[in-house]
Write a protein that binds this ligand. Structure first.
Ligand SMILES: Cc1cc2nc3c(=O)[nH]c(=O)nc-3n(C[C@H](O)[C@H](O)[C@H](O)COP(=O)(O)O)c2cc1C
Length: 363
């Protein structure tokens, strides 16, 4: 088949065997007290190592960064030791894996935070959104505005998390700046109402992001650091912005100086068509970016081939297709049918819908 999806590539200093990447997918199977993944997560990631690159599920950099029941962390030695087993398993299978660094900001609930603290946010603007707690889906709690000290200690938490990623042997990290979590809350004029140097114009609203990138690239070389944005998706986790095209034009211009491994866009959310002006903006923003570009959002074999063959994208991150098809690249290559998807087992639970999807060769 005339597709470049199976060609090897290099992003920054990461060599990958194909351009079919696994998108970050939260699966809520960690121990909720320790934020440590279970042993079956080793198998889960090992099974998916035929992806050119695995981007792990979003992983909190600190206890205050947590927003969902049973999501994993990367801030203790024990968590790091478990991640190391996962990384080793993926490497044994010839795969590559980067960890997605996460702080949810206001998308959290007091029951998930230390001493039932209120969630941290750039400003005390409550999200009209829900998060997943021990009791199922609940409204997000009222956030508190972060002080400058909170900002400093959060940046330092990113550093520690990246040091832990190095200890675990990850091939790199992805800074999660998408989907309405803390970094995007700072970027948006609707959630960031600060009057200090972190609020106001886009230069100020982007300061937190760039301070994080400075910290992260101070610990890990920039050519192993990627970033994820969802610039034109409006409404995820109640995140909207007045002028995203203008904001991200500034951000990407500046980002080009960092020589990062890649930029990754959630171009759209599944089955939600973008308005023409938003699709156009995605193309304008992609064009501004000098580096390796990962596209995501409802891609199938044909869309992905067109995007990669044309040079629009350097790789495609597939999300939901990788949940039900651990051997997704093989199925894309051979035209085999996909396994039926069990959406009721996406979030939480055990091995069912996690490690028990059959491989083509064994079916
Ligand atoms: C079960 C599930 C969990 C997800 N978890 C994350 C996550 O941890 N981090 C993230 O950036 N996006 C997350 N997403 C979004 C996906 O990475 C992806 O952007 C989205 O599913 C669209 O891609 P797709 O159409 O290929 O699935 C999640 C999506 C699903 C369905």
């Amino acid at each position: 088949m005339m597709t470049k999806l199976f060609e090897a590539a290099t992003l920054g200093s990461i060599d990958v065997k194909n351009r079919i990447f696994m998108a970050p997918l939260t699966r809520n199977r960690a121990d909720n007290q320790t934020d440590i993944l279970p042993d079956m997560a080793i198998d889960y990631y090992r099974q998916r190592a035929s992806a050119g690159l695995i981007i792990t599920e979003a992983t909190q950099i600190s206890p205050m960064g947590k927003g969902y029941f049973a999501a994993p962390g990367i801030y203790t030695q024990e968590q790091t030791a478990q991640w190391k087993k996962i990384v080793d398993a993926v490497h044994e299978e010839g795969g590559k894996i980067v960890l997605q660094l996460w702080h949810v900001g206001r998308i959290s609930h007091t029951s998930l935070l230390p001493d039932n603290a209120r969630p941290h946010a750039p400003s005390a603007v409550k999200a009209k959104a829900e998060t997943f707690t021990e009791n199922g889906f609940e409204s997000c709690s009222d956030p508190v505005e972060m002080t400058e000290d909170d900002i400093k200690s959060t940046i330092s938490d990113y550093k520690t998390a990246v040091q832990n990623c190095i200890t675990a042997g990850f091939d790199g990290v992805e800074v999660h700046a998408a989907n309405g979590y803390l970094i995007q809350q700072f970027l948006s004029d609707q959630t960031n109402k600060r009057t200090d140097q972190y609020g106001g114009n886009i230069e100020n609203r982007a300061r937190f992001l760039f301070e994080i990138l400075d910290a992260v690239t101070g610990v890990m070389p920039a050519d192993k650091v990627g970033i994820r944005f969802s610039p034109m998706v409006q409404g995820t986790n109640d995140l909207k912005a007045t002028n995203p095209l203008e904001d991200y034009t500034y951000i990407i211009d500046k980002l080009n100086n960092y020589s990062l491994a890649y930029m990754h866009f959630v171009e759209k959310f599944s089955h939600a068509a973008l308005r023409n002006e938003d699709e156009h903006a995605v193309m304008v923003l992609r064009e501004k970016w000098d580096g390796f570009y990962i596209a995501n959002g409802d891609y199938n074999l044909i869309d992905a081939t067109v995007a990669v063959n044309s040079g629009f994208a350097d790789a495609i991150a597939f999300g939901k297709p990788f949940i039900a098809n651990p051997d997704l690249p093989y199925r894309l290559k051979t035209g085999a049918a996909f396994n039926p998807d069990r959406t009721d087992t996406y979030y939480g639970g055990g091995a069912e819908g996690y490690t028990d999807y059959p491989f083509l060769k064994s079916t």
